[in-house]
Design a protein around this ligand. Structure first.
Ligand code: THU
Length: 134
């Protein structure tokens, strides 16, 4: 699938980032199964650990609008290499979006497509919460 349109949305979302402390701008665009797109950017706090990543901003926006089925997420930063989601975002993508296309890009707008399971193999999942023995 050609995800150029989704990458463009992620690049657009990056402009709204608020990377007050890191100056690292990130944008994300989440595609639902029925073709809607929710964008997100990173938003930082002076209490650094409260920072929210672009991917989770997009996912939480979509969920709060009632979306439950997803197809792909594109992530854009001003990096030479492909910008890959952090560990926390991988867990949230796995939990909420399941095994979707993760569309990475770089400054040159080259595209690399991976699956959630490529980036988070042997993930902790909700089923694990239900199979404990005591
Ligand atoms: N960041 C994201 O938005 N997504 C990622 O997957 C990696 C990191 C943000 C968080 C923080 O605002 C800045 O990039 C530097 O870590």
């Amino acid at each position: 699938m050609d995800y150029t349109f989704l990458v463009e949305k992620a690049i657009e979302a990056k402009k709204n980032a608020m990377p007050t402390y890191s100056n690292f701008y990130v944008g994300a665009a989440l595609l639902t199964e029925d073709g809607k797109i929710y964008s997100g950017c990173n938003v930082e706090s002076s209490s650094y650990s409260l920072t929210m990543c672009a991917e989770r901003t997009a996912i939480f926006k979509a969920v709060s609008e009632g979306e439950r089925k997803f197809k792909a997420i594109a992530i854009a930063a001003d990096t030479i290499e492909f910008c890959s989601p952090c560990g926390a975002c991988r867990q949230i993508i796995s939990d909420i979006c399941k095994d979707i296309d993760i569309v990475l890009t770089n400054q040159k707008k080259e595209i690399k497509i991976l699956r959630t399971k490529d980036l988070l193999p042997f993930a902790f999942e909700d089923i694990d919460l239900k199979t404990k023995t005591s």
